[in-house]
Design a protein around this ligand. Structure first.
Ligand code: AMP
Length: 417
């Protein structure tokens, strides 16, 4: 039996790395005052088709959907923002707080062709700031992402930023693109020929060399921004002091709900799939669900890619095996006493393991070493009779016989970690 292609088992040993990274994410969210939200992994399909966009790659070919008993189509979430917008609207959060700052960590599902850094089940850390149209909110989102990478020690990053305008100015840009491309379609790849008809903005980030050549002289969106979008963009840029960024006129994102600011962070420590994080403003999405016009901005970091980049750059958090005590004993008749000792030490907050099964004493001490145990408590006939213990400091090798529980506690509390 094998796991589904494009999925991954995260085994103990690796899960500690995930926990350590998640701890960094949680710490940064505390500093930025984002609160955790936990949402279902399944939603009704229309939640995604309505928000991500009917003609996007995700909706046309990457969603895992099935029909439930009631005949309604359900989809494993391919991203987090649509569910956030649904939840925000369904729970009428707009009536409860003026600004919501949420974060989530969880699995996403896309039926993509698996390769390094591209999976069918992957994890995202997402942040969403709903209820503010301030350009400083956009900047906060970008800064939070950069702080995550800085805290984890990642360098070799590139932040690209653009504005895709709003519902007033984007149509003019779209028609300028249509004019530009209409007599050049034969030079475009098959995908872009379809995009030309259905979602022309998506042509801008096509990687195909022949499309790139045509794209080089295509009009840039910046010239088409209305005054409002232009001012917003300038203020976002002005608030990014101290951060390296490039304004990239061609940056559009794979989801239709973006308005105004969009950004992407790539890492040269990743292979072909170099996008580490992406996000932007989505001022019209909440309205599609609740009828209320509520601006919002957010982003998502891919955690598998983050781990690949940390590994490649030698910044993976170091995880040490650690255990306070290992309880060893010689014969089965001492097992109950060992078990009671384990229970007592655990009740005082120490991490404890004991010999399970019937390993020889030498093998027990080897296991204690493997587990990174600091002390071994050894119980033989003498200890069983006296009610005392033999204590061995596994870091220094110092051994004390006939000691009581108070001695043991004092010894571990005074020993350097
Ligand atoms: P998106 O929701 O497409 O903007 O993606 C945000 C981030 O999620 C990307 O920058 C990647 O780091 C990550 N990501 C997206 N798709 C995948 C995938 N199929 N496998 C692994 N990570 C992904």
């Amino acid at each position: 039996m094998q796991k589904v292609k494009g999925t991954q088992d995260i085994l103990p040993g690796e899960s500690e790395i995930w926990q350590s990274i998640e701890q960094v994410l949680q710490d940064i969210c505390r500093i930025y005052h984002f609160k955790e939200i936990r949402l279902p992994s399944i939603e009704y399909t229309e939640i995604f088709t309505r928000s991500i966009g009917e003609e996007t790659d995700i909706v046309t070919k990457e969603m895992y959907s099935f029909t439930s008993g009631g005949g309604k189509s359900i989809t494993l979430r391919p991203e987090g923002t649509a569910g956030i917008a649904r939840c925000y609207s369904e729970n009428k959060i707009y009536g409860k707080e003026s600004v919501s700052r949420w974060y989530y960590i969880g699995p996403m599902f896309r039926a993509e062709r698996p390769q390094k850094g591209r999976q069918r089940q992957f994890h995202q850390f997402g942040i969403e700031l709903i209820g503010s149209d301030s350009p400083y909110s956009d900047a906060e989102i970008i800064l939070l992402n950069m702080d995550v990478f800085r805290k984890l020690g990642l360098k070799n990053l590139k932040l690209r930023i653009n504005s895709v305008g709003n519902a007033h100015c984007r149509p003019q840009y779209v028609s300028a693109l249509q004019d530009y491309f209409k007599d050049k379609t034969e030079k475009l790849c098959e995908q872009c020929k379809i995009r030309f008809e259905k979602n022309i903005l998506r042509m801008l980030d096509c990687k195909n060399p022949s499309c790139q050549e045509v794209l080089n002289s295509a009009p840039g969106i910046i010239e088409y921004l209305d005054e409002d979008s232009r001012q917003h963009f300038n203020r976002v840029i002005a608030s990014l002091s101290g951060i390296d960024y490039t304004v990239d006129n061609r940056l559009v994102r794979g989801l239709d709900y973006y308005t105004r600011t969009v950004f992407e962070i790539t890492s040269s420590d990743l292979g072909g799939q170099d996008a580490l994080a992406g996000g932007g403003r989505y001022d019209n999405l909440i309205q599609a669900f609740s009828g209320k016009s509520i601006p919002a901005v957010g982003s998502a970091i891919g955690l598998e890619r983050l781990i690949i980049a940390l590994t490649a750059s030698g910044n993976l958090p170091e995880i040490k095996e650690c255990c306070d005590f290992y309880i060893a004993y010689f014969e089965d008749k001492q097992a109950l006493r060992a078990f009671e000792t384990q229970k007592s030490l655990r009740s005082q907050g120490y991490s404890v393991r004991m010999n399970e099964g019937n390993k020889k004493i030498g093998n027990q001490l080897k296991e204690a070493d493997r587990l990174g145990a600091r002390f071994a408590v050894v119980i033989g006939d003498e200890e069983l009779e006296s009610g005392l213990f033999t204590l061995k400091n596994l870091k220094t090798g110092v051994q004390n016989t006939s000691v009581d529980m108070n001695f043991i506690i004092e010894a571990i509390n005074n020993a350097p970690v």
